[in-house]
Write a protein that binds this ligand. Structure first.
Ligand SMILES: NC(=O)c1ccc[n+]([C@@H]2O[C@H](COP(=O)([O-])OP(=O)(O)OC[C@H]3O[C@@H](n4cnc5c(N)ncnc54)[C@H](O)[C@@H]3O)[C@@H](O)[C@H]2O)c1
Length: 353
């Protein structure tokens, strides 16, 4: 069996929790390198996932190796651009984590380079491979919703600012806060389920309220706490966001909070159509209400691991040359949307696209 030879660049949480568990289950891949600036992180990943053959600190070693066909870019957001551009220019296919990078202009350059080098460049908007999302997308195509006139989504949590003072809350490194980190999934999959939608105009406000004084921020647990730096770090990103978007299909309204003084986590998307409606419980299942029967249906189905499905489809794409749903050109519209939302919040005005 042909084995696609890979390198992993960035051996942090998403490598440990999502991609290595998935790749370790595949018989048609070899992971020749695990690379991290911090060798101890690469070594720890190799120890946990023996599919990794060698650990290195300089990703250019992997790019110079003619055996390596594709790389996974699993670094913080700011490094996506440089590592991906270097990898494409070295003739490698790339699977780069979400968001594409810190802004739309650089995202377009990455897409252009992938086209120029004729390589696959996929972005890790993994929710497009979630079974519930796939089913909803199909139901929309089959007309089960009729005309979807509005979508509302909420991605709000009680206390979830990640790695306060580290890369996540430093705009220069992350590109933004809850909007780019969580909104990237919610807004991308809304556009995906709608079957693409042309953006018309939008308005947005962002707030940095809950950890203005980083040392006074109270929490019970923190994602990426090992990267926290409240003494010397920066928190200049949104912890709350709200916005309204008009498209040639549905209008979309949303609220997102990395932290708020309300205990209930509300993570869902409502699709409102004139023939049917659905609430997708994010990362879980959905309920559908038919305008005909007026009954609520809660379909029963298995949910395979979306990272496995995403990575398996990437490997297929590398070998066939066929672009799949996560090819960068199919994600650019949601990157444009995130950029315009931040722009609107900055100038405090509506943005026309
Ligand atoms: N798809 C999802 O649901 C999802 C979930 C979490 C994180 N992510 C994304 O994954 C990316 C990584 O997030 P994380 O939480 O794993 O971060 P992390 O900080 O845990 O890991 C990133 C690793 O990259 C390493 N690194 C940085 N620059 C490097 C370079 N030039 N060469 C080699 N290694 C380098 C760091 O040392 C670190 O170990 C982010 O872009 C994040 O948005 C996606």
């Amino acid at each position: 069996m042909k084995k696609t030879v890979l390198a992993i660049i960035g051996c942090g949480r998403i490598a440990n929790n999502a991609h290595l568990p998935a790749l370790s289950k595949m018989e048609n891949v070899r992971v020749k390198y695990g690379c991290d600036l911090l060798i101890e992180k690469a070594n720890a990943l190799k120890e946990k996932f023996p599919i990794i053959e060698e650990t290195i600190t300089d990703y250019k070693v992997a790019l110079a190796d003619p055996e390596v066909e594709a790389v996974f870019v699993l670094t913080p957001n700011y490094a996506h651009y440089t590592v991906t551009m270097d990898a494409l220019r070295a003739g490698k296919h790339v699977m780069c984590e979400k968001p594409i990078t810190v802004n739309y202009a650089l995202s377009c350059e990455m897409a252009e380079e992938a086209r120029k080098q004729n390589k696959i460049l996929n972005i890790g908007v993994c929710n497009r491979y979630h079974r519930s999302v796939e089913m909803l997308e199909q139901m929309v195509r089959e007309g089960k919703f009729g005309n979807i006139y509005h979508v509302y989504c909420s991605f709000r949590s009680f206390r979830s600012i990640p790695g306060l003072g580290g890369a996540f809350t430093d705009k220069a490194q992350s590109g933004g806060g809850v909007l780019i980190d969580w909104g990237v999934h919610f807004l991308d999959l809304i556009l995906y389920v709608l079957g693409g939608a042309k953006l018309q105009n939008l308005t947005c406000d962002t707030y940095c309220e809950m950890a203005k004084d980083m040392k006074a921020y109270k929490y019970k647990s923190m994602w990426a706490e090992d990267t926290k730096d409240v003494e010397n770090g920066v928190n200049d990103v949104d912890d709350f966001v709200t916005g309204y978007i008009r498209t040639d299909k549905a209008s979309i309204s949303f609220n997102g909070a990395w932290a708020q003084n309300l205990k209930k986590n509300e993570m869902f998307i409502d699709f409102l159509g004139d023939q049917g409606g659905a609430r997708l419980d994010y990362g879980k299942k959905f309920v559908y209400v038919s305008g005909e029967t007026l009954e609520e249906e809660a379909p029963e189905y298995e949910i395979p691991n979306m990272y496995f499905c995403e990575d398996e489809d990437f490997i297929k794409s590398v070998n066939s040359g066929e672009k799949n749903r996560n090819y960068i050109d199919n994600i650019l519209e949601s990157a444009k949307l995130l950029d315009a939302l931040y722009q609107s919040a900055e100038v405090k005005k509506e943005i026309v696209l």
